[in-house]
Design a protein around this ligand. Structure first.
Ligand code: SF4
Length: 697
């Protein structure tokens, strides 16, 4: 008999609701009514069941032989070897010789357990995760301004009533297509404003009177936001009462943007002064205004300050913490929100607590049954953690869960070199990813529809993922793997294999923290049908959750938001002369993150089988590049060879390359270098490159 299970998509942070129907021939996906997706799915969601039956699944542990090839191993053999090698490294080189790298797609339970495992079972401070490449700048800016970071501090469906929505650096029409239904109200009112150097699918939603596409030079977003702030102040569009009642720091902001005249901003960004004025006036005109940021403005070495500038603009317009307007950041990875709350970050403990806070250490240590003194301190953010591989005093062993750093991390070639230099690499995955291919031991794990767990969506709503099918016999959950390794490592704390028990422990550990889940349980999360109550954190015991944050006060001790004046430190973008161009990396509709999953779904892979470099026709003509022809793209870090896509959708001084592809098409062979000093975010959006037409591949 067919059995239907209510669950959610395995991919992005919109966490579209779906029903999985298991039958003899496999699993059928149907969209399910839910406030964020209203029954809709994108093509990634529709085809998600193919992940479960992919012929590329790893179905038993694999261990590398002396000749470099892989051979199957029993679980006992694999786990014994891992425990022996990790114990040996700790004994010989210290606990910080072992690193742990997590992912923003892991369930809350796995993210929590991984942080606990690193600090308790391994005693290492060296844990961070791939969310460092996604949400770290927005999180740092949100914490600085509001004292709390929740991607959208309001419900997605609140956007329906907006008359004006400013989207900075996010291509939601491709990354989370069902989301764009929530833009219809603003479009109908002519109030959708999209800031993107590309004429992306989202930018095209502004056509036909639906709004405005603002197309700045890559890397000039901060100048653009300072200019908009300048106009709002000089044209007396500030919500004076709100600023006086709910914020501190306005006077310094006013002084700091005094010289950012529209004409100066036009010179810095390429955006006409009239367009800047039009946008600023529209934002201030009321009708319910929302400002949303995405990776386009956040993935920079000044990403925290740029996001702060967007928040400042929101604050002086009086948007944040009301029932009809707001500021938010559009989280990307499936559990990009929950993944950053439960202790995977190098400087945080569960409940979004600072690891340096003695009270936080005491509380979490109490839940874990260890002494606060035994917990390590702050570790290294992801880029520095990976850069320490193979370096004296750096990590010598690494456990990777839910990440494919060979493709997704900046300076991918160097990352590969570092992984190869490790004494011991363990990768847990359900596919043989490019990172798994370098491992000493590969552990095959269960997937989304084969296990229970919780995710926290982009709006801070905690939702249940439910087991719909039985996992192949040779694979195991990460919770079981961590339990078994902890036992072998003689961990002072126990590690449950039951997701509901782990969630209960997570809730206790989060109690009193910023991301407080203590009123939640699997029972409270409901049956996965329309009768479920919405469960937005903070959800302290005895509460009913918090759909909208900051209505009365912000999370700083005095209840006020911080307006933090930021400076534009960017140098002028390189001119499009002599073949020098600015590279933006980004996403395609068909693929998710490193593509390790979606490249294995035939329909998606056939639709987008390779990376293509987008460039403007005038630039292509100048360089002798033809549509579909091969090009070499070269930066200070490396070289990519791929086909060209000549399109009017991009500025003449800019090229775009999706980052979902491996090998000599890996966009992250070109990126790398500096990181944001506050968030640790690498620079992904302003890499200087040269493009050269080359002969057939
Ligand atoms: Fe899945 Fe995101 Fe597509 Fe929804 S928008 S179906 S959550 S990938």
């Amino acid at each position: 008999m067919d059995s239907a299970t209510s669950t959610h998509c395995p991919y992005c942070a919109l966490q579209c609701a779906m029903t999985l129907t298991a039958h003899g021939a496999g699993v059928t996906v149907t969209g399910r009514a839910f406030p964020t997706n209203r029954g809709g799915l994108c093509k990634k969601g529709w085809t998600a069941a193919e992940l479960l039956t992919s012929p590329d699944r790893i179905l038993e542990p694999m261990m590398r032989r002396p000749d470099g090839s892989f051979a199957p191993a029993s679980w006992a053999e694999a786990l014994d070897l891992i425990a022996e090698r990790l114990s040996g490294s700790r004994a010989e080189h210290g606990a910080d010789s072992v690193g742990v790298f997590g992912g923003g797609g892991l369930t809350n339970e796995k993210a929590y357990q991984l942080g606990k495992f690193a600090r308790v079972a391994l005693g290492t401070s060296r844990i961070d995760y791939n969310g460092r490449f996604c949400m770290s700048s927005a999180a740092a800016a949100g914490n600085r301004a509001f004292g709390l970071d929740r991607g959208l501090p309001f419900r997605v469906e609140d956007l329906d009533a907006a008359g004006t929505i400013l989207i900075l650096g996010s291509n939601v029409a491709q990354t989370m297509p069902p989301f764009i239904g929530h833009l219809d109200g603003a479009r109908a009112a002519g109030g959708l404003i999209v800031v993107d150097p590309r004429r992306s699918a989202t930018a095209r939603l502004t056509d036909d009177g639906a709004g405005l596409h603002v197309q700045p030079t890559p890397g000039s977003d901060l100048a653009l936001l300072l200019g908009l702030t300048h106009i709002v102040i000089t044209e007396k569009l500030v919500d004076v009462a709100y600023v006086a009642d709910r914020t501190v720091g306005f006077d310094e902001l006013r002084r700091s943007v005094g010289a950012w005249y529209p004409e100066r901003v036009q010179a810095a960004t390429g955006v006409p002064a009239w367009q800047l004025r039009q946008a600023a006036r529209r934002l201030a005109a009321g009708h319910g205004t929302y400002i949303l940021t995405g990776r386009g403005v956040e993935q920079h070495v000044d990403g925290t300050d740029t996001t702060t500038a967007a928040i400042n603009l929101s604050l002086i317009l009086g948007l944040v913490g009301t029932t009809h307007s707001g500021y938010g950041t559009l989280t990307g990875q499936g559990n990009g929100q929950g993944g950053r709350e439960h202790g995977q970050k190098c400087d945080q403990l569960p409940g979004y607590r600072k690891i340096t806070d003695p009270a936080a250490r005491a509380h979490v240590a109490g839940v874990w049954g260890v002494s606060p003194e035994s917990l390590p301190g702050v570790g290294l953010p992801a880029v520095q953690l990976l850069a320490s591989m193979g370096v004296s005093g750096g990590i010598r062993c690494l456990l990777v869960h839910g990440a494919n750093v060979v493709v997704s991390a900046p300076d991918a070639k160097q990352v590969r070199t570092g992984l190869e230099a490790l004494d011991f690499l363990v990768v847990s995955d359900f596919f043989f990813s490019e990172t798994a291919a370098l491992a000493d031991v590969v552990l095959p794990v269960t997937q989304w529809a084969e296990e229970d767990g919780t995710m926290t969506s982009l709006e801070g709503r905690v939702i249940r993922r439910r087991r719909a099918v039985t996992a192949p016999p040779g694979v195991r959950s990460e919770l079981w793997i961590l339990h078994e390794l902890a036992r072998r490592l003689h961990s002072p704390s126990t590690f449950s294999t039951d997701p509901a028990e782990v969630f209960d422990e997570l809730c206790r550990a989060s109690a009193g923290g910023l991301a407080d889940y203590s009123g939640l349980s699997y029972d409270r999360l409901g049956a996965g049908d329309e009768s479920d109550e919405p469960t937005y954190w903070p959800y302290p015991a005895g509460s009913t959750g918090t759909p909208r944050l900051f209505l009365d006060r912000f999370a700083h001790a005095d209840g006020r938001a911080r307006i933090h004046a930021v400076q534009n430190r960017a140098t002028d973008a390189p001119a499009a002369t002599g073949g020098i161009l600015t590279l933006i990396t980004g996403r395609l509709l068909e693929h998710y993150q490193s593509g390790a999953q979606t490249r294995r779904v035939p329909e998606l892979a056939n639709a987008q089988p390779e990376a293509r470099l987008q460039l403007h026709p005038a630039t292509a003509e100048q360089l002798g590049v033809v549509h579909g022809g091969w090009v070499n793209v070269t930066s200070a870090r490396g070289i990519v060879r791929c086909r060209a896509e000549v399109t009017l959708d991009i500025r003449h001084d800019t090229v775009f390359l999706p980052f979902h592809f491996p090998g000599d098409q890996s966009a992250n062979r070109l990126t790398g270098g500096a990181t944001d000093p506050i968030s640790g975010m690498p620079e992904f959006k302003t890499t200087t490159v040269r493009v050269r037409a080359v002969a057939e591949h």
